[in-house]
Design a protein around this ligand. Sequence first.
Ligand code: 5GP
Length: 190
Amino acid sequence: MNIDNKLVVFCGPSGAGKSTIAQKIIREIPYFEFSVSATTRKPRNGEQEGVHYYYLEIDEFEAKIANNEFLEYEQVYEGLYYGTLKAELERIRNKGKIPILDLDVKGASHLKEAYGSDGLFVFVHPGSIDILAERLKKRGTEDDRSIEKRIRRASFELEYANKFDYVLHNDILERADKEIAEVITNYLKK
Ligand code: 5GP
């Protein structure tokens, strides 16, 4: 298996279950490591620097943009930057591992253009906007305004689903787990 240029990207709306799926793969398949993004969003309760994100001030983030340190970045929500640092992918590859990324659909589209068939781009589909709204409320990490912002954004993101290599329907968790394990195993054989 040649892992040089491999990378797996999960994209899709916030609350679709991307990070749960990514974390499960990382726990179960030793080839992968999570690519920690940089963001200007403030940490949520329980989130840790360098584990969930690298938390930056806006001027720090913009200095890194100017310095060409990002592989991709987006203002996913108004005023909030999220981006993948080139150094982060290097850190993971230096350990001989394959990066797993959790990106918004725009960032994922840009990387798909750059990586083509070397990468595996999976769109995680929540089933419906109603299911998504329910999950976000249950998760309890966002206030009402933030949930509303995420739901509005989700309608836009769902339109991108067919641009990616694989659409994973995450309405039944056990089925999605089994399905993605198969997709990843086939990708690793390539
Ligand atoms: P949250 O604030 O819920 O952690 O993330 C919001 C959204 O930003 C999610 O849809 C997540 O996939 C996306 N995101 C996280 N990191 C990055 C990144 O490095 N680049 C891009 N383009 N999107 C990201």
